[in-house]
Design a protein around this ligand. Structure first.
Ligand code: NDP
Length: 244
């Protein structure tokens, strides 16, 4: 097994849910984690909590829809820690609704955060990883990137896109840079709070009863990182046992 100890790991959307759990778990295994998200009060608290347990954590304010902020985060990480071993493109939103509700603003926000955000992470990190001669992108898609469900057409489209981008990236740079696409099933987090459509919210509330803890996805990320450098875990699906 290659060690996580000493790896520099940038995590987008680290202010709650899967991103937070990943930061905590990887820091507990000796990684230097750099957390990015918009809610800096959350980032400050999570970072202090990790440090109080002996972990190494830092944070920067980040809106993944702004390419320059993503570049700044990666440059800050390079300037401070001298390398970027892993970028976890995790930030995402899920304001579900039927297409016929015509919530065009929410469609655009999902496209901006879930697709452009991942692309911005790749654009900021790829030149540095190429220069370093190695690195690892971990992109968080969804079970919604494998199958479409009612009220989730646009969300699923963004998550199909994340899988397509991950696979395309692997084909281009996979000889020197690892690419992992992770597709969680229903997982405890704040994700459903972005749903403004009342009916979609109720359906999702029922569906989320079997949610697994966000640490389950963090463990999958840990597994991918700790493989030996010549082993690239390309695709993982993690679902609650209780779901079909
Ligand atoms: P949370 O809502 O708890 O976390 C989402 C994170 O994304 C937050 O930290 C939020 O931080 C961040 N974020 C949202 N918009 C932006 C932005 N513009 N710039 C930077 N960060 C942003 O939900 P999850 O932990 O569940 O979500 C993490 C990923 O997992 C998402 O990509 C989601 O689609 C995916 N996923 C989750 C599943 C689940 O059931 N929970 C299932 C399948 C996939 P802030 O608001 O502070 O910016």
């Amino acid at each position: 097994m290659s060690s996580i100890e000493g790896k520099v790991v940038v995590i987008t959307g680290a202010s709650s849910g899967i991103g937070e759990a990943t930061a905590r778990l990887l820091a507990s295994r000796g990684a230097q984690v750099v957390l990015g998200a918009r809610r800096i009060a959350n980032l400050r608290n999570i970072t202090s909590s990790i440090r109080s347990e002996g972990g190494r954590a830092d944070y920067r304010e980040l809106d993944v829809t702004d390419e320059n902020q993503m570049i700044d985060l990666i440059q800050y990480t390079m300037d401070t820690f001298g390398k970027v071993d892993v970028i976890v493109n995790n930030a995402g939103i899920m304001p579900l609704s039927k297409l016929e509700a015509l919530k065009v603003d929410e469609w655009n926000r999902m496209i901006d955060v879930n697709i452009r955000g991942v692309l911005h992470g790749i654009a900021a990190g790829l030149p540095i990883m190429k220069e370093q001669g190695g690195g690892h992108f971990i992109n968080i898609s969804s079970i919604g990137g494998h199958e479409v469900s009612p009220t989730a057409a646009v969300y699923c489209a963004t998550k199909f896109a994340v899988r397509a981008i991950s696979e395309g990236l692997r084909m281009e740079v996979g000889k020197e840079i690892r690419v992992t696409n992770i597709s969680p099933g229903v997982t405890e987090s704040e994700l459903a709070e972005s749903i403004s459509d009342e009916r979609a919210r109720q359906v999702m509330k029922e569906y989320r009863k079997n949610a697994i803890p966000s640490e389950a996805i963090a463990r999958a990320i840990q597994f991918a990182i700790e493989q030996p450098a010549d082993v690239d875990v390309n695709e993982m699906i993690i679902r609650p046992t209780a779901n079909e």
